[in-house]
Design a protein around this ligand. Structure first.
Ligand SMILES: [Zn+2]
Length: 268
């Protein structure tokens, strides 16, 4: 590391549609980011796929770079952070799921401060959390919630889940396709996939761009900038039906989408 590119696995093609028609969108300094430290590239390069219009970073961090990135944890992602305040936000997320699923296993991928799982448990769901950090998993278990240190993309859960939530997770993942495949594999028929992430199709995104205050171009933990349009296409491709759009209360200009698992269409 040091010259600025070896900390990334570069994408030779679009990570969503695998086309190689990529356009450079520009580079942004990310050295002011809280998680940034010196051996990581000081700039983030963004690209757009000309075939499917997906916008993504030139690459994703190597394991070695991730170790530097994860030396600390953002305060609001520590298990138990602001339990009383977060409970209100989590409850409104659970409320939106209830018309579609009202019990069974609720899996939260990358459960962060744990509030969503604790609140889902209050509502009568059986909560389980997956996280890549053992310390976070241990802290969640101490609060009496089942948690496993496991990569979601290779997970095979039994029984299957009635709800899988990925709140501010998909845009971090090197391969979002593998995550949606896993979500489909691990959900019951009609099960709920609850996703939240920034929405670059939102008018406010462009206002932030015009004013030069859009934080997401220098968010070093993000690999993708999804918009509602591209996300919905991707969901359809993986046999999910988006049924509800909402605005997330967790971070600025984020969407919160509910999609239902359906059986894949088998073409003869
Ligand atoms: Zn593409």
């Amino acid at each position: 590391m040091g010259t600025g590119v070896e900390d990334l696995h570069l994408y030779p093609v679009c990570p969503l549609c695998h086309a190689d028609l990529l356009v450079e969108l520009g580079s942004v300094d990310c050295t002011h980011h809280e998680r940034y430290s010196a051996p990581l590239s000081p700039q983030m390069h963004w690209r757009r796929c000309e075939q499917c219009r997906h916008v993504f970073r030139s690459g994703y961090y190597t394991d070695e770079a991730n170790e530097i990135l994860f030396r600390g944890t953002n305060e609001n992602q520590v298990v138990g952070f602001d339990m009383l305040g977060q409970r209100w936000i989590s409850a409104r997320m659970v409320d939106r799921v209830l018309p579609f699923q009202s019990g069974g296993m609720w899996l939260d991928v990358g459960f962060g401060n744990g509030s969503l799982l604790m609140t889902a448990q209050e509502y009568g769901f059986d909560p389980i959390g997956l996280d890549l950090r053992q310390g976070t998993v241990d802290a969640m278990r101490e609060l009496g919630v089942q948690a496993e240190c496991m990569d979601f993309c290779s997970a095979m859960l039994e029984p299957k889940c009635s709800v899988i939530s990925m709140a501010d997770v998909l845009e971090h993942m090197p391969d979002p396709r593998a995550a949606l495949e896993s979500a489909h594999r691990n959900l019951v028929e009609g099960g709920v996939l609850l996703l939240s992430m920034p929405n670059m199709d939102a008018p406010l995104w462009h206002v932030m761009d015009a004013e030069g205050v859009n934080p997401y171009w220098s968010e070093i933990e993000h690999v993708h900038n999804f918009g509602r349009r591209r996300l919905y296409e991707l969901l359809e491709e993986f046999s999910f039906t988006p049924v509800q759009y909402g605005v997330s209360e967790r971070y600025p200009v984020c969407m919160e989408v509910i999609a239902l698992r359906r059986e894949p269409v088998v073409t003869p």
